[in-house]
Design a protein around this ligand. Structure first.
Ligand SMILES: Nc1ncnc2c1ncn2[C@@H]1O[C@H](COP(=O)(O)OP(=O)(O)O)[C@@H](O)[C@H]1O
Ligand code: SF4
Ligand SMILES: [Mg+2]
Length: 336
């Protein structure tokens, strides 16, 4: 079953699961029927990162920064505009749908909205069984058996198999979505804000489940969130994204202890600290205004219109990601 199959094969493997280089996605804007292209939404505008097998890379940033687009590029829901995606050693950047098919089994995505992402008119068994059918995994009777095992794995009652998706709560639907993703025993799961729409009490259950599954099956996660507090415990490393770019990337603890980019500091500052004494003493950096338009991003550093430290050079030269020691990289003109 799903739980045992991956265990021996993947544990102790330190290879790279995914490597993304200078990846871009520009959505062209068309001016009605007669007009040509009127520019582009630079949703993802040149990002590079890798994820080690069995690791979780957190991807955080405010809404509109390009996180979902990044996730959809990685699993090739979107065709990249530029750059490369290497998954398990294979370049999948522009391969055809036919050649992509076997990779579809190896990489899955779970979505933010558990209400929109599951067909309400399908039974739980049909929803979870569908990817197995598509990928011709197991016979009909074996499939049924596996659906029940998968339901147990995500701690849902196997008796729920014959019910319809609309009968379940948000947290239960997210578990069904997870069971569906796990059905094909993927190596990589892109989790696109899977807990943002859920109650706080349910969020912890889903996080614990994702961690437990990772330990048992060696799954690699790209875990997307808009809030740094959500990825802290789950991620080995965290990438912070702003307006189509990665502005900082570091091991999780290092990022929380020593945030270098003013944007990361502002995001961290938004997280409440449970101790009232510490909370009263702390210096908050409040993020002013909204994320500018990705159609026409600010020159130089894209964060400069909201940065309290902006200097002349910030509008003239785009800061490149540079090493700051300890696997920590940052894109800012301020001295490290
Ligand atoms: N299919 C699309 N067509 C045009 N613009 C899009 C499309 N998808 C996303 N965008 C735009 O790209 C930017 C990044 O969006 P998204 O990746 O959804 O960000 P996030 O997930 O961080 O909120 C936003 O400005 C969004 O409006
Ligand atoms: S490069 Fe300049 S504007 Fe950008 S974050 Fe650093 S100090 Fe602020
Ligand atoms: Mg999103």
């Amino acid at each position: 079953m799903a739980g045992q199959a991956g265990k021996g094969e993947r544990s102790g493997d330190t290879g790279v699961a995914l490597e993304v280089k200078d990846l871009k996605k520009h959505f062209s804007i068309h001016a009605g029927l007669l007009g040509g292209s009127r520019g582009a939404v630079k949703a993802v505008d040149g990002i590079s990162f890798h994820i080690i097998k069995g690791e979780t890379l957190g991807l955080v940033g405010e809404s509109g920064c390009g996180k979902t687009t990044t996730g959809r590029l990685v699993v090739r829901i979107y065709e990249p505009t530029a750059g490369s995606i290497v998954f398990g050693g294979s370049d999948i950047t522009h391969i055809s749908e036919t050649r992509m098919f076997p990779f579809r089994r190896r990489m899955q995505m779970i979505f933010q909205d558990p209400y929109a992402s599951l067909n309400p008119r399908m039974t739980v068994e049909e929803i979870i069984g569908e990817p197995m059918e598509v990928h011709r995994i197991a016979s009909n009777s074996e499939r049924r058996e596996r659906v029940l095992e998968l339901l147990e794995l995500v701690r849902l009652n196997p008796e729920h198999a014959t019910r319809f998706a609309h009968e379940f709560s948000g947290g239960q639907r997210q578990r069904i979505g997870l069971a569906r993703a796990l059905a094909v025993e993927p190596e990589l799961i892109v989790c696109d804000e899977p807990i943002s729409a859920l109650d706080v009490s349910i969020q912890a259950q889903i996080i614990n489940m994702l961690q437990d599954l990772q330990e048992r099956m060696g799954i690699t996660y790209l875990f997307i969130a808009h809030d740094l507090s959500m990825v802290k415990h789950l991620s080995n490393r965290v990438a912070v994204m702003y307006l189509g770019k990665i502005v900082e990337l570091a091991p999780s603890l290092e990022l929380y202890d020593r945030p270098l980019h003013p944007y990361t500091r502002a995001l961290l500052s938004a997280i409440p600290i449970p101790d009232p004494a510490v909370e009263a003493e702390r210096h908050r950096v409040v993020l002013q205004g909204d994320v500018p338009s990705p159609i026409n991003p600010p020159s130089g550093c894209r964060f400069r219109t909201r940065c309290g430290y902006a200097m002349k050079v910030c509008s003239e030269i785009e800061p490149e990601l540079r090493e700051a020691g300890g696997g920590h990289t940052v894109a800012c003109h301020l001295p490290v």
